[in-house]
Design a binder for this molecule. Sequence first.
Ligand code: SF4
Length: 389
Amino acid sequence: MQLPLFFIMKLALYIHIPFCIRKCKYCAFYSVPYQENLVSYYIRALSKEIEFYRKHLSESEIVSVYIGGGTPSLISPDSLEEIIVKIKKYTCLSPGIEFTIEVNPKTLSSESASRYRSLGINRCSVGIQSLNDNELKVLGRPHDAQEAMQCLNLLMASQWENISVDLIYGIPDQTLKSWGATLKLIGGYDIHHISTYCLSYEPGTALNKNKENNQLQPLSPELEEEMYFFMVDHIQDYGYEHYEISSFARTPEFYSRHNINYWLGNPYLGFGPAAVSTIDDKGRLTRHTNYSDLDKYIKQLERGQLPVQSMEILEQTEQINEYIMLHLRLIEGLSLAEFERKFSLSFQEYAGESLKYLLDDGFLEFKNNYIRIPSSKLFISNSIISELF
Ligand code: SF4
């Protein structure tokens, strides 16, 4: 039966592949060392989890699929195919959707790159992080700069229509010169999208322990800020549009649709351990998070139970705060008209006094009925946004 159009929800899908070659020193994502014998159990569990959501899938229009991790390129394309076939059993993945796979330069081959394409995957996101061997060592990445460039050459040669790279700045011992060298090399490739991150020291990571034991010296916040603006200028000079605090695209066609779905606060379903979902459940926006424990995740599904560790209903204040936080990440900012339409409340009414002093002090500005963070203040966006709550 064809559902009437107004029942169709737009939904993004995230599939977590939790296996990694080894743990990078800065990484706080959920991942486990790769064990080949676990993969088939995991794929079976993922299939079961997808089945639990068949109603949501069949009643939704899928806007994007993102296979992330972990390191999805560690498992075989055949295993990925099983998952894709399972999803397609319940919903349509139209050829026009953005369908991304994250790859690690160490694990991509020309065979796997072409198999991904034959599975309908049309966007490849590569964890390059740096093209400086010392910096890659500090981060504990399993690849070196040469392997990262070989991976990009391989993707260029197989003519992927949408390639994204991740880069990190603020690495101990990194200089503006070495950051500039990485950016220049990246600027020489015909890459469509660039995501950048300032290195953070997350609790529980090896890098954080080293910092606490005084075994490394983090860069000063001033230098991190200088690196941010240096990067914004250089990437734009290489012909990219700066469309989100840390994201750049050749043209709007290459904006990350999957991330935009998050930033716009639209529903998404995440599968796998530690995956988070935010979905409309009988008119209430709910968020649930899966167990960050592969063993528990698999066992729950084998028992026929959902692997959900926590669930919350997002009340209106929470929804508004998230909406503000995510929309102000976009360079165009937050549409005042859309805010009012969505929450039946004006932004000025909600933000009150804080809005006034943030505007007066130049931390926010109005532009064409949008409110946004001026480009000179983007590096401190988190502090500015937190003033509005
Ligand atoms: S490859 Fe990615 S997910 Fe895996 S440990 Fe490194 S940063 Fe974390």
